[in-house]
Design a binder for this molecule. Sequence first.
Ligand code: 5IU
Length: 260
Amino acid sequence: VSFSQQTYASRGEKHAHPVIKQLFATMERKKSNLSLAADVGTKAELLEIANKVGPYICVLKTHVDIISDFDRDLVDQLQALAAKHDFLIFEDRKFADIGNTVKLQYGGGIYRIADWAHITNCHVIPGEGIIHGLAEVGMPKGRGLLLLAEMSSKGMLATGTYTDKNVEMAVNNDFVVGFIGSRRFTEERDLITMTPGVGLHASDDALGQQYRTPEQIITENGSDIIIVGRGIYGPGKDPVAEAQRYREAGWNAYLNRINL
Ligand code: 5IU
């Protein structure tokens, strides 16, 4: 039976990686396959939205390098919110350098991402060494890595052989727990897919972002988690109401899939 036909709960019970075990358990408890993409510019805004929307999400996706007043206290408070609301933290860092450099970027600098992000991600454009470099830092801390097998934006170049190479590298590296992309990529082991570019509203943005619905992504394509940003906190939106709406849409799309 394809992994996409199995429940999140049963996949979690069988899973070898601690972060994904925790993730599937959280998803089942909260009946949520929704990740919030919190692209906001200040510490106060990030903490506010994480606290409001926290009850409805399984993963908070951050871009810490857009926070103008980032400090260590932000990390402490985010971790407290993750514990309070039962969600994981995914820093969408998109590492892309050689193994030795990403090791320094992941563990050090101002952000010290490996200290607090359960999950991060990378491009495999430099070759497999990037995975090995990140694994040296993240594996001992029990973290997980997603590969950018595809992107959601118009004209993106991660297609065909490049996407296939991502899948091959993921299958062969225990630190890799899944992909960013639009669908389920392999049955060789239970690698998850998280999908950005999800919207219940129809129109794409002016800078190349393209949106698909939870049904297309979860039910039809077999992805596991929808990532939603401006659909939840865009101009004029009520973030709590929208998060509830996306959580329900994502979960119903999942129920429709496992009942197929
Ligand atoms: N994001 C994408 N597409 C991708 C990848 C990441 O949109 O292919 I990789 C990020 C960018 C933003 C979020 O943080 O996901 C989507 O936000 P909106 O739902 O506001 O478009």
